[in-house]
Design a protein around this ligand. Structure first.
Ligand SMILES: Nc1ncnc2c1ncn2[C@@H]1O[C@H](COP(=O)(O)OP(=O)(O)O)[C@@H](O)[C@H]1O
Ligand SMILES: [Mg+2]
Length: 370
């Protein structure tokens, strides 16, 4: 009998809401199908507007919260319809929500994801788990990354030291030593696609640089690269996590040494992402033998080439080689996290987030019995 859960993810790129149907009756769990609901530029603009202080935030936030809840329920509806699966067959939805603030290092740490889970549970008729990050933070953690525990269940190898590398707006790694006596670890390495996306939107009017072709056409500017690599976040020891508060276009403008060709800036941003990822792996997981990529950055051929160039001969492939389409891995993790919560099991790894203990994550919004 199937053990179905739905995972919903919308990351810092704000490109789309990803919805996946996962069957946990198999080992490892099976990704049945996925559905992409594009957010569109108007909605992305509104969300982006809430990521920095502005006017009338409470009303804008509250409205967007419900709108994103409705969109989430719609993504679930489409996903289930396209698979002929009834809502009653789903044990739970794990909804990450859309991060509008993530501030783990402030005096009073906080993080905020929106996409009203009341609305999701009500419209879908399925128990919904949401707000996963704040419980980890309440236990003294960064609230991020939360995907490593899932990466461990899905991708651990008893023979090879692996790293799972997720390149979304921000890039994060999960270090999976073959020996189970060694702890799983992981952290946000720094920017993934976020600055490249922003620069591409500004100069090419395209939300991202297809396959990294524009970056490939430019030349790395050493002075800019050195400035970007001197950024203080990069040398912080883990646990650590970051977001759009730190890496954004206004910040990038302050880093530019003067007038540069836009394609040269793009090439340098791509090199920044590749270098920071590779340095993190070489510093914290030097015995890594295999690196598996997921997230939208796995579609950026030029970025992959640059990462490979820094990682000297280690096996580098996408998670497709391990049987999971790279674009759905993060959403799948939230289906897994919801299942943990509904079974009263913890979802965070204290060694990763820095929390004092493993805790049951999120709030449960039950379905109404019909
Ligand atoms: N064909 C492609 N070429 C280059 N980059 C791509 C491509 N497809 C997706 N991406 C990148 O992946 C991003 C979306 O990745 P995703 O894993 O959804 O990130 P997030 O979790 O931050 O939403 C896009 O914003 C873009 O930067
Ligand atoms: Mg996305």
């Amino acid at each position: 009998m199937a053990d179905y859960y739905v995972g919903l993810m919308s990351g810092t790129s704000m490109d789309a809401l990803d919805a996946v149907l996962v069957d946990f009756a198999t080992t490892p769990p099976t990704l049945v199908d996925g559905y992409h609901l594009e957010l569109g530029s108007a909605l992305r603009h509104e969300i982006m507007g809430l990521c920095a202080p502005g006017d009338n935030e409470i009303e804008r936030l509250s409205t967007l919260d419900v709108q994103l809840g409705r969109l989430s329920a719609e993504a679930v509806r489409q996903l289930l319809a396209q698979n002929g699966v009834a809502a009653a067959a789903i044990k739970g939805i794990g909804s990450h929500g859309q991060t509008v603030r993530h501030s783990p290092a402030s005096a009073i740490p906080y993080t905020l994801q929106i996409g009203d889970p009341n609305t999701i549970a009500q419209l879908s008729g399925i128990a919904t788990v949401a707000d996963f990050r704040r419980r980890d933070m309440a236990a003294g953690g960064q609230g991020a990354p939360l995907v490593p525990a899932f990466h461990q269940t899905q991708f651990h190898s008893p023979n090879k030291n692996r790293v799972i590398l997720n390149i979304g707006g921000i890039a994060n790694i999960t270090i999976l030593p073959a020996a189970t006596s060694q702890p799983v670890s992981g952290f946000d390495t720094g920017p993934g696609n976020m600055l490249m996306d922003g620069w591409s939107q500004l100069h090419q009017n395209r939300p991202y640089d297809e396959n990294g072709n524009w970056a490939r056409s430019g030349k790395v500017v050493p002075e800019l690269l050195n400035t970007l690599l001197a950024d203080a976040y990069l040398s912080l020891p883990p646990p650590k996590s970051t977001g759009r508060e730190r890496y954004n276009l206004p910040w990038l403008q302050t880093q530019l040494p003067g007038q540069l060709l836009p394609q040269d800036v793009q090439a340098t941003l791509c090199e920044q992402t590749a270098t920071t990822i590779a340095s993190a792996i070489l510093q914290y997981a030097p015995t890594t033998e295999e690196i598996y990529l997921c997230g939208g950055g796995a579609c950026n051929g030029y970025l992959l080439e640059r990462i490979a160039a820094h990682l000297g001969g280690r096996h580098l492939a996408t998670t497709a080689e391990l049987g999971v389409d790279p674009q759905w891995v993060e959403a799948m993790a939230f289906a897994w996290l919801a299942r943990q919560t509904l079974r009263h099991l913890p979802g965070n790894l204290p060694a990763v987030t820095g929390a004092r203990e493993a805790v049951i994550l999120g709030g449960i919004y039950p379905a109404t019995p019909r």
